[in-house]
Design a protein. Structure first.
Length: 263
């Protein structure tokens, strides 16, 4: 019996035992009883199937996330805000088309910069992590920011791109370059050449290596002067409120600085 007939019969069950029903022939009544039994059997099958699906889902439930452990991140040549030897380093993996990244840049980053970067306490490092499967303009935008950096205006392009997330096609990038005060011809030449694509790919690989799967993703730890590798001891996932960054940064600022090994 089809599922449509099963449910139709289920709806008709309350009306079967009306006085008119008793005028039916014994064969018809027997047929109705068979159909009722079939409905009951069908419902049992559905219930069993639901129980089976429930058990499978429970078996396939993801394991609880493991606590973050220390991870080494290559920051050589990455764009940096703040003092080179600030006590704390904060690394962000980000995507120019990601709305959560945009929210962080507009709502939280200015507070971090004002309270910690400009005061010499935190070095802020930016890594690209374009999620190309859902953000088709993010990769080229990452190249555009680096082309801006080639003219000494990386952060100007960074900010312009994040405040223009709905306009990141190539023509838009040229307009943003002009608004940021760049030489547009040189910018276009840089963008067309794809010269920074390999570095964006390196950032992606670095992010995957330390467990980044979405953006924005942040890593914090004590700065290791003159070292191209940063040791992260804390990870923050997503566009979290300023208070969460403040707590993590203050805890690291209160920690004893690591002394260089004696020669």
């Amino acid at each position: 019996m089809s599922s449509t007939k099963v449910f139709a019969l289920a709806l008709l069950l309350p009306g079967i035992w009306t006085p008119a029903a008793f005028s039916q022939s014994s064969d018809e009544i027997k047929g109705l009883r068979r159909d009722i039994d079939a409905v009951r059997d069908g419902l049992k099958v559905i219930q069993n199937d639901l129980e089976t699906i429930k058990k499978l889902l429970q078996q396939q439930a993801p394991a609880a996330p493991q606590p973050f452990r220390e991870a080494a991140i290559n920051i050589d040549g990455a764009p940096v805000l703040g003092e080179k030897n600030a006590k704390v380093t904060l690394v962000e993996f980000s995507d120019y088309q990601c709305p959560y990244c945009g929210r962080h840049v507009q709502q939280t980053l200015p507070q971090i910069v004002a309270d910690y970067v400009k005061t010499g306490k935190v070095k802020y490092v930016f890594h690209d992590f374009p999620l190309e499967s859902i953000h088709p303009f993010a990769f080229k935008a990452a190249e555009a920011a680096r082309c801006g950096g080639q003219q000494g205006k990386y952060w100007e392009m960074h900010d312009k791109l994040f405040t223009s997330q709905n306009a990141l096609a190539k023509d838009n990038l040229l307009e943003h370059a002009k608004a940021a005060g760049l030489d547009v011809d040189k910018f276009k030449e840089c963008l067309d050449s794809g010269k920074h694509a390999a570095k964006v790919r390196e950032d992606e690989a670095e992010g995957r290596k330390v467990g980044v799967s979405g953006t924005p993703g942040f890593f914090l730890g004590l700065t290791q002067p003159n070292d191209s590798t940063f040791k992260a001891v804390k990870m923050i996932s997503g566009a979290q409120p300023y208070a969460q960054f403040k707590e993590a940064i203050d805890n690291l600022l209160a920690a004893p600085s690591k002394q260089p090994a004696s020669q």
